[in-house]
Write a new protein. Structure first.
Length: 231
């Protein structure tokens, strides 16, 4: 009888300890789940804030207009009234995005001179620089783990595809070649790494470049030469 009572007490204590341990494990699991949900919410909140600030920038909005439209009046100079906004075409963008060494004639180089871009071309370059610097910042956040490329994708998918698509007309293809060469020539390497998460390699000579190259091999080869000479 004493053995039975002792065994019962021992089993009861063991059972009670199991209940306590099980309860602690469940509490830990619930706490861990709540922590992960809170962290996920913080990441999404941080991403949302960064995207909101990025897209609220007037210059970035102008860059998105440049990307989205082949011809449109854009307020590149905030000092000008609406009726004086410049109509920017793809051809104007292509000229503006040329590497500065390509913009200078051999004669000018021999004379030690660098030909300047026009006022509008300089504004276009400044606009793209602001946009690309913003993408560099977003890539830094992705690489540091503050949010993932997959979480960022819905916000940038449309623009990234527009900047790398092989859809014609030919003016758009030339603009994309010029833009990708601009990104490489001026060392926006974070932008290149960011794009790789969504559309693949956008470096000069990479897979996206090769797809676009066949539409205008003369322009593509000229841009390749100047980009390779800068390395």
């Amino acid at each position: 009888m004493c053995d039975f009572i002792h065994r019962f007490q021992t089993d009861a204590e063991f059972f009670l300890k199991c209940l306590v341990a099980g309860g602690a494990l469940i509490a830990f699991a619930i706490g861990l789940l709540q922590y992960r949900k809170a962290q996920l919410w913080k990441r999404k909140e941080f991403l949302g804030t960064e995207i909101k600030v990025f897209l609220a920038d007037t210059i970035v909005r102008n860059a998105l207009l440049l990307i989205d439209w082949g011809s449109r009046r854009i307020p590149l100079d905030p000092k000008l009234s609406r009726n004086r906004w410049t109509r920017v075409t793809r051809d104007m963008q292509i000229r503006a995005l040329r590497p500065h060494t390509l913009n200078t004639s051999k004669k000018a180089i021999a004379a030690g001179k660098i030909q300047k871009f026009s006022y509008i071309e300089a504004l276009i370059r400044d606009t793209y620089d602001e946009f690309l610097n913003g993408l560099e910042r977003l890539n830094a956040f992705v690489e540091s783990g503050l949010f993932s490329a997959q979480e960022l994708e819905p916000y940038v998918r449309y623009w990234f595809r527009d900047m790398t698509s092989s859809n014609e007309p030919i003016e758009d293809i030339k603009w994309r070649l010029a833009l990708l060469a601009y990104i490489q020539f001026y060392d926006f390497v974070g932008v290149q790494r960011l794009f790789k998460n969504f559309v693949g390699d956008i470096s000069v000579g990479g897979s996206t470049w090769q797809t676009l190259h066949k539409f205008d091999p003369i322009l593509a080869s000229k841009l390749e030469k100047v980009c390779n000479s800068a390395r």
